[in-house]
Write a protein that binds this ligand. Structure first.
Ligand code: IMP
Ligand code: MG
Length: 545
């Protein structure tokens, strides 16, 4: 009989970096944009790009820019923009450059060296290097390439290393970056993008009847909250659209807020997890913030806004207006809004599983500052998995080239005069890597460049306990599930393992005989979907995961 695991398609699975017992999760937190509200791609990014491009033209940028249309095959999330030279860079976690483009031109070896003599950037120099981390940044990424492309090709402008000259005017890459950033903030903060989205929700937002099912099921076993950087009115409209189904459909008609114990809008993540903001109650009839201090008991489904930053002075928390909501004893200095959420819901950080799409604002900060359990939503995984399956031969070729390279040195030591010529293999590795990259898109994979992991991949591995293509994949696991991390061998352990591989069949046979372990999955129906990782076959070393 075909197992349930085999039936559970790979894109419906949740992948595990660190073991996590779902049973221990007492509270689930959700981000909204690109997590619960999944925007249709590339329609939504095209809309964002056109609004951004038009805004720049209205600011005085050349009309010819209107000829550029969004190309979803170009940008990859997680690229770094060098505001000094106008280059888009793909880097690893140490700042080594893996791919470098100027406009739409791929820069090769010596050309990259001209800009970056060490093929390396100090990525901590956040004043110069801007990480395009979010799915909202995709449109902006593409626009940076369009701007460089346009000005480089236009005969009216003279190319300089740090920008373009037009008569006695100099347009630096830095100033163009600032203009694009300002335009982007303008589109978000004035509600221009939100207004256009709300006018055509069917075109831009995926409505999935499984979402109320998931939230409803979670609500039966744990507390649930929403923490979004969006404002109340937008959140109200989007969540209503996502969760309100006509009566008579499979989902009972329930107001959207009833799915949550707590809703926080305007959270100002990542600040939400650090210094925090003043949480003020929102009047859900008017969308306005309530004045006065609420002193009653915690009310289910209440909406708070984190729009007002807190000021700190000499160790005390001061609220910057007298309108603060919470009757919260601010006895602890430097208390973040996320601490207040924990207090309101009566849960500790480690009891919370927070689901979000922003590797920095949702995942890294909640993990590093608050010790929350984290679930990163990575929609790009659909494509990544598809390429991984379809182009397996290319990955195999890369592996073989690596082995071939290692074998050349096998019989040599520090006394050897022989110096193998490895240029052919190195070039071949470069060609295969480039070919692999193109299978994903013009800037390659989100997670790797050949056999090297990108900065994004390193952060995903480090800060996301679990990750999946979308949050709905939680529906495929019981709330008692133990997400068990695969055993990853360190290089020295892998070397030992390959040496002793031949001995293993003998050894395991001996173990089987002496321990009578059955290597069959012991889950109820004989299949938990984790194969070798089955929680029951691999009890955790400690009960705390
Ligand atoms: P969340 O993902 O639900 O926390 O919400 C993301 C919010 O951030 C949305 O309201 C976006 O409009 C907003 N946002 C995304 N990118 C930018 C930006 O570059 N500038 C200002 N706001 C942004
Ligand atoms: Mg989001």
């Amino acid at each position: 009989m075909e197992s349930r695991a085999a039936k559970r398609e790979i894109i419906q699975r949740v992948f595990v970096n660190r073991s996590l017992t779902l049973e221990n999760i007492k509270c689930y937190g959700f981000d909204m944009d690109y997590t619960l509200a999944v925007y249709k791609s590339p329609e939504y990014e095209s809309l964002g790009f056109e609004l951004l491009r038009d805004r720049l033209v209205s600011m005085g940028y050349p009309h010819e820019l209107l000829g550029y249309m969004y190309d979803p095959t170009f940008p990859t999330r997680g690229l770094v923009y060098d505001t000094t030279y106008g280059n888009l860079l793909k880097i690893d976690s140490n700042g080594n450059i893996l791919v470098c483009t100027h406009g739409f031109e791929y820069l090769r070896g010596e050309k990259v060296d001209e800009y970056y003599p060490n093929k390396f950037i100090q990525r901590d120099d956040t004043n110069r290097f801007y990480i395009l981390n979010t799915l909202f940044n995709l449109t902006e990424t593409y626009l940076y390439a369009c701007l460089v492309d346009f000005f480089t090709k236009s005969s009216r402008y003279k190319n300089c290393m740090k920008g373009f000259k037009h008569g006695d005017l100099f347009m630096s890459h830095r100033s163009m970056f600032q203009d694009v950033r300002d335009a982007m903030d303008y589109l978000h903060e004035t509600g221009t993008l939100k207004e256009r989205t709300l006018k055509n929700l069917d075109k831009y937002v995926i409505k999935d009847p499984r979402l109320p099912v998931l939230l409803g099921r979670i609500k039966e076993v744990a507390k649930v909250f929403l923490a979004t950087n969006s404002d109340f009115n937008y959140t109200e409209a989007i969540m209503k659209y996502l969760l309100d189904f006509p009566s008579g459909s499979k989902n009972p008609k329930k107001p959207w807020r009833s799915y949550f114990d707590l809703v926080v809008v305007d959270t100002k993540k990542p600040l939400f997890f650090a210094g925090g903001t003043v949480l003020r109650q929102v009047d859900t009839d008017t969308g306005k913030l309530r004045i006065g201090t609420y002193t009653g008991d915690f009310q289910h489904g209440t909406v708070y806004s984190g729009g007002t930053p807190m000021f700190f002075s000499s160790g005390c928390v001061h609220k910057c207006t007298p309108l603060a909501y919470v009757s919260y004893p601010y006895s602890t200095p430097f208390l973040g809004s996320s601490d207040i959420v924990c207090d309101l819901l009566d849960v500790r950080g480690k009891d919370i599983l927070y689901v979000g799409d922003h590797i920095f604002g949702d995942i890294l900060k909640s993990k590093k500052r608050q010790g929350w359990k984290t679930f990163l939503v990575v929609p790009e995984l659909v494509k990544e998995l598809q390429v991984w399956a379809d182009k397996a031969s290319m990955f195999e070729e890369l592996k073989h080239l690596d082995i071939f390279l290692a074998e050349l040195y096998q019989d040599l030591d520090s006394g050897s005069q022989e110096c193998p010529d490895i240029t052919v293999i190195q070039n071949k590795i470069k060609m295969v890597t480039y070919g692999m990259d193109l299978c994903y898109g013009k800037m390659g994979s989100l997670l790797r460049c050949g056999s090297t992991k990108t900065l994004f991949a390193s952060q995903l591995l480090r800060y996301a306990d679990i990750y999946s293509t979308c949050c709905l994949n939680l529906l495929n696991y019981p709330f008692s599930f133990l997400f068990r991390a695969p055993l990853v061998l360190l290089p020295h352990e892998a070397a030992v393992e390959s040496q002793t591989k031949e001995q293993i069949p003998e050894l395991s046979e001996h173990m089987l005989r002496s321990t009578s372990i059955t290597w069959q999955c012991e889950c109820e129906d004989g299949d938990c979907g984790q194969e070798d990782n089955c929680a029951r076959n691999n009890p955790p070393a400690s009960t705390e995961t």
